[in-house]
Design a protein around this ligand. Structure first.
Ligand code: NAD
Ligand code: NAI
Ligand code: ISE
Length: 334
């Protein structure tokens, strides 16, 4: 069976996912595209032999569309995901699932009313071979009980529209999900500390930020978010346990020796750094949809991450340690 996908949002990542569905993923194709900018939708649709439609409502209602991929900007996600659930269609939604925990809760309620899972959240790091190898080692007990994690998330620059809350809700949200998954428990508290600011940023932005989390069992996580680091897209993660430590491998790059120096290049964006993870994520989603299942990060994962994000953003203002108040995971999402 070929899964006919309707794509909502034809921006940077939407266009990249369409290329992926068209040329990389087997058993799926792009059937329809929409964007609030109709010219962008028309251009993207023409590039992959799909139809451009006027709205997300038209995409989810289209009889040819079997499944929906949401790649609009974060604040638009909830409405499109709720529309897909209303039509009973599987939906892969780019992170964040929604920009508020309240909207994530509405999505979970709609999914439960439908009776089975329809939503997968685009936390693609769970498909990265480096993070998967870390998880395997942690799960088999190779480092003993995890005690600490040290992480960094650096972008070369961000545009002027990027604001201080996005450091948590758009950027750190990746580590929030990844650490919940790696450690197998919820993050109970969040705190943000403001180091000296880089001068290489727009005036309104707090950058860098240091995020501190404590898990339910008392493990501590420190995460540096630095989105104007200038030199590259650099993602680091080390988990330290009672018996050892495990570190995310650097992406493999050739080592060049020339002009009296030795070194390798640093990735400049998420597209290249996590390209293989995105491919694996979308292929796994298409395979699951074709088989009538939904797997991968769930609406619950989107919700728990949003709860932690809300607590962290609160701390950005006060500097206090803020409880995340993530409840017990419902059986529906076991
Ligand atoms: P973008 O601004 O390039 O693209 C967003 C597109 O969505 C735009 O074309 C915009 O016109 C369109 N859009 C906005 N609201 C819409 C709506 N209601 N209906 C239809 N189209 C709408 O943004 P982007 O960089 O492609 O990011 C999009 C999403 O992907 C965000 O949620 C972002 O967090 C996520 N993202 C994830 C990763 C990752 O590493 N997983 C990387 C980049 C972006
Ligand atoms: P973008 O701004 O390039 O694209 C967003 C597109 O959505 C734009 O074309 C915009 O016109 C369209 N859009 C906005 N509202 C819409 C609506 N209501 N209906 C239809 N279209 C709408 O943004 P980008 O970088 O592509 O990011 C999109 C999403 O992907 C975000 O949620 C972002 O967090 C996520 N993302 C995820 C990454 C990852 O690592 N998984 C990497 C980059 C982005
Ligand atoms: C972007 O949306 C992503 O998801 C990238 O992975 C992240 O590094 C960047 O900061 C976000 O804006």
């Amino acid at each position: 069976m070929t899964v006919n996908v309707g794509v909502i949002g034809a921006g940077m990542i939407g266009t990249d996912h369409m290329r992926r569905l068209d040329r990389v993923v087997s058993g799926a194709r792009v059937a329809a595209v929409t964007d609030i900018d109709p010219a962008r939708a028309a251009e993207a649709a023409a590039g992959v032999g799909a139809r451009a439609l006027a709205s997300d409502a038209e995409v989810v209602a289209d009889p040819e569309v079997d499944a929906v991929l949401v790649a609009s900007w974060g604040p638009a996600h909830a409405a499109s995901v709720l529309a897909a659930i209303g039509a009973g269609k599987p939906v892969l939604c780019e992170k964040p699932l929604a920009t508020t925990a309240e909207d994530c809760r509405r999505i979970m309620e709609a999914e439960r009313a439908h009776g089975s899972r329809l939503v997968q959240v685009g936390f693609m790091r769970r498909y990265d071979t480096g993070y998967r190898a870390m998880k395997e080692l942690i799960d088999e007990g190779a480092i003993g009980v995890p005690l600490m994690a040290h992480c960094a998330h650096r972008n070369p620059t961000v545009p002027e529209a990027y604001h201080s809350e996005m450091a948590t809700k758009d950027t750190a949200i990746h580590e929030i999900d990844t650490l919940r998954w790696l450690l197998g428990e919820e993050l109970a508290t969040a705190q943000i500390i403001r180091p000296r600011r880089t001068s290489k940023r727009f005036a309104h932005l707090v950058d860098p930020q240091l995020l501190l989390f404590e898990t339910e069992s008392g493990a501590r996580i420190d995460l540096e978010v630095f989105v104007n680091c200038q030199y590259g897209y650099d993602i680091r993660c080390e988990v330290v346990g009672e018996d050892g430590a495990v570190r995310l491998p650097e992406p493999q790059e050739a080592v060049l020796h020339a002009a009296g120096r030795s070194g390798s290049s640093v990735h400049q964006d998420w597209k290249r750094r996590f390209g293989a993870a995105f491919d694996a994520e979308v292929q796994a989603w298409a395979d699951a949809v074709a088989a009538g299942r939904i797997e991968g990060p769930s609406a619950w994962d989107g919700y728990a991450a949003a709860m932690v994000g809300d607590a962290a953003v609160h701390s950005l203002e006060t500097g206090e340690v803020v409880p995340t108040k993530v409840e017990e995971r419902p059986d529906f999402y076991a």
